[in-house]
Design a binder for this molecule. Structure first.
Ligand SMILES: [Mg+2]
Length: 300
């Protein structure tokens, strides 16, 4: 089987990776129609899934996915299409609709290829139903998803993505080994062949499940941003994250032009353009020195 692989581009690539719930959307995606349609209030639904997880030493995502399958029985057809339908109703933070193309265009003007990726513990099928995904703005959506039987009904988890398992996708993006089953993610790549070195990654998230990714991106010279709901203005979580060294920047989840987040990401693009010019000069000079071999001979 041929996997989708991408190799290093002539221009630097800046990968912007987004969590979904409470990063691009103000609430959990399941709480914006699905939970209500199976006759639950939001609080009790999550309380029951958390209880299920605790009682059975179960992953919390697997618990909510099991609960969704169970609660749908006899109430709705739990298919890819119905999940996409719930996804279409998911609200987005201000400016999200115009954000992706505007930032991509800004990158292009400055010689940087901007790519957008989703890395979410939420449901891929719902994210695929959102207007932004339908517009094709994402290179890849990495999220939890279901396996469907012959009648198209979800019966089993196909992927479950949480905490440290989110980090796997950063390594896939780094190497351009994007297919979720491609074992090439563990191959060795020399630094100059990395398609998207970590320093050219931006991770935008809001909470605990994002911490391993944020920490990793930060530790390797990339840019982690913690966002908070501009409506409530509650910055407690993101302030804790910056104090704990998980993120470098805090911004309201307002994706409109000239807002804090817009200015911040454009500054990261400017920095990337300048830095990568120097970096490619360094790789050129190094390659030249290796080719001549003079120094190596004299040293031996
Ligand atoms: Mg989130």
């Amino acid at each position: 089987m041929a996997f989708e692989r991408r190799t290093k581009e002539a221009q630097p690539v800046l990968a912007i990776c987004y969590d979904f719930d409470k990063t691009l959307s103000p609430d959990d995606m399941q709480a914006q129609g699905y939970i209500q349609s199976v006759g639950y209030d939001i609080g009790p639904f999550w309380a029951e899934t958390n209880h299920l997880a605790q009682e059975n030493d179960m992953d919390t995502n697997l618990a909510y996915m099991y609960k969704m399958v169970q609660e749908s029985e006899g109430k709705l057809i739990f298919s890819r299409e119905s999940l996409a339908g719930y996804g279409a109703k998911v609200k987005l933070f201000p400016g999200v609709l115009q954000w992706f193309e505007r930032i991509r265009a800004y990158g292009k003007e400055h010689g940087v290829i901007v790519e957008h990726y989703i890395i979410s513990s939420g449901l891929k099928e719902m994210i695929e139903g959102t207007e932004i995904a339908k517009n094709g703005v994402f290179e890849k959506i990495y999220a939890s998803s279901f396996y469907y039987n012959a009648r198209g009904v979800a019966v089993w988890p196909a992927q479950v993505i949480n905490y440290t398992s989110k980090t796997q996708f950063l390594f896939r993006i780094e190497k351009g080994v994007l297919d979720i089953n491609d074992p090439g993610v563990n191959d060795y790549f020399p630094p100059e062949e990395m398609r998207v070195p970590f320093r050219n990654m931006v991770y935008i998230g809001d909470s605990d499940t994002d911490i391993p990714c944020m920490k990793l991106v930060n530790a390797y010279g990339g840019h982690s941003i913690g966002v908070y709901d501009p409506q409530t203005g509650n910055r407690e979580k993101v302030h804790r994250m910056i104090l704990d060294g998980r993120i470098r920047y805090v911004a309201a989840a307002d994706y409109s032009e000239n807002q804090e987040l817009d200015r911040l990401v454009k500054a990261i693009i400017d920095k990337t353009a300048a830095y990568e010019k120097l970096e490619s000069q360094y790789f050129c000079d190094m390659a030249e020195a290796k080719k001549t071999g003079e120094i190596i001979d004299k040293r031996m």
